[in-house]
Design a protein around this ligand. Structure first.
Ligand SMILES: Nc1ncnc2c1ncn2[C@@H]1O[C@H](COP(=O)(O)OP(=O)(O)OP(=O)(O)O)[C@@H](O)[C@H]1O
Length: 345
């Protein structure tokens, strides 16, 4: 597929990104799109490929195959231009130990034309709480203090895109909350933020969408903004494909989310239960499950003790409590609202 066909509002795009290090397959065909102005989370256990994806996007690593673009620029061949558009907080922060915090910020802002030194100092001294420590040598900083200094620099940068690799990993709880606020403020200013992390509750609070990775694959992209608007999930199973209702009263606030197999649908429902129950009572259901799923349970489908195997991921059933099927649903979000005719032919 040509990248020209990508949605116009996608500011970061990868297509079929693959990276091998000798025999290690760090990425196996990762395709994702991040829209302008959204907070996009990258989740996955250690070694799943988050940092590799970020480093390829920034042009710090060359992909073995596939493409990565930022604002239409090729991450590898136009990496200098790409890096001008991006403020990057690396997972491993390396600073000059013999510099004071203040001198380090001045040095970094000179390196990056246009990053206001005063804004970085104000963030570091004020909300991030480094205060007088800014006049101490960085070699005496704790890991969390170094992370705060780097965060001050990253958030002071008025660039279009912020890429934060585990931005809260070394921080205490109040500093973590503050970083989440800074992320929200950055979005209000119109910046696009990619955020990798391991703390699901944080990701759930701030991200608009989240991608779940495993062993170099992107398994699922979830729209958390949509989820926050509140709905319950209904898994409805019918005796045969012909019994699946093709329409329902509008006042039910019911929406098809996914065909699990030709006789099973996953639906979203808002609003009061009684009208829904009345309608369900008139349908030829043979099985029903109602519930909500939080980010933890979504994550556990791929990484918990009962995680889906690679084969099951290929043949995804969103609710494990029911027998799995050889369905048409695919775990990339692209299967929603598949026309019924495609399934019951
Ligand atoms: N320079 C390298 N040489 C060899 N293998 C590498 C190299 N960098 C990364 N890898 C491998 O690539 C895979 C993906 O690593 P990556 O750092 O992208 O994971 P991650 O999801 O960011 O992990 P973490 O959560 O621990 O930061 C791992 O198997 C890792 O061992």
């Amino acid at each position: 597929m040509s990248l020209d066909s990508v949605e116009r509002d996608a500011v970061l795009v990868t297509r079929g990104l693959t990276k091998t290090y000798g025999s290690v397959r760090a990425l196996r065909g990762v395709s994702l799109e991040v829209k302008r102005g959204e907070i996009f989370g990258l989740l996955g256990p250690n070694g799943s490929g988050k940092t590799t994806t970020i480093r390829i996007l920034l042009g710090m690593l060359r992909a073995t195959a596939g493409e990565a673009r930022i604002a239409g620029l090729d991450s590898w061949t136009q990496s200098v231009e790409v890096r001008r558009l991006v403020s990057f907080l690396p997972g491993e922060i390396r600073l000059f130990g013999h510099f004071t915090g203040r001198r380090m910020l001045r040095f970094l802002s000179r390196l990056r034309d246009g990053v206001p030194y005063e804004a970085a100092v104000a963030l570091a001294e004020g909300p991030l709480g480094l205060g007088p420590a800014l006049d101490r040598k960085v070699r005496g900083y704790s890991t969390g203090m170094k992370q705060k200094l780097a965060l001050a620099q990253a958030f002071a940068d008025p660039v279009e895109i912020l890429i934060l690799d585990e931005p809260t990993s070394a921080l205490d709880p109040s500093a973590r909350a503050l970083v989440l606020d800074l992320v929200r403020q950055a979005r209000q200013r119109g910046q696009t933020i990619i955020f990798s992390g391991h703390v699901l509750s944080e990701v759930e609070k701030v991200c608009d969408r989240v991608a779940i990775m495993r062993t170099g694959r992107l398994l699922w992209v979830e729209d958390l903004a949509h989820r926050r608007r509140g709905y319950r999930l209904l898994l409805l199973r019918f005796a045969d494909p012909q019994s699946v209702p093709t329409s329902w009263p509008e006042h039910l606030e019911l929406q098809l989310r996914e065909w699990v197999d030709p006789r099973t649908v996953l639906m979203e429902h808002r609003g009061a239960p009684p009208p829904l129950l009345d309608w369900l009572a008139q349908t030829p259901l043979i099985d029903l499950a109602i519930g909500t799923d939080d980010l933890q349970s979504l994550y556990d489908r791929y990484h918990g003790p009962n995680a889906l195997s690679d084969d099951e991921v290929e043949d995804y059933n969103p609710w494990r409590s029911l027998p799995s099927h050889h369905g048409t649903a695919r775990p990339n979000g692209a299967n929603t609202n598949i026309p019924r005719e495609d399934l019951v032919a």
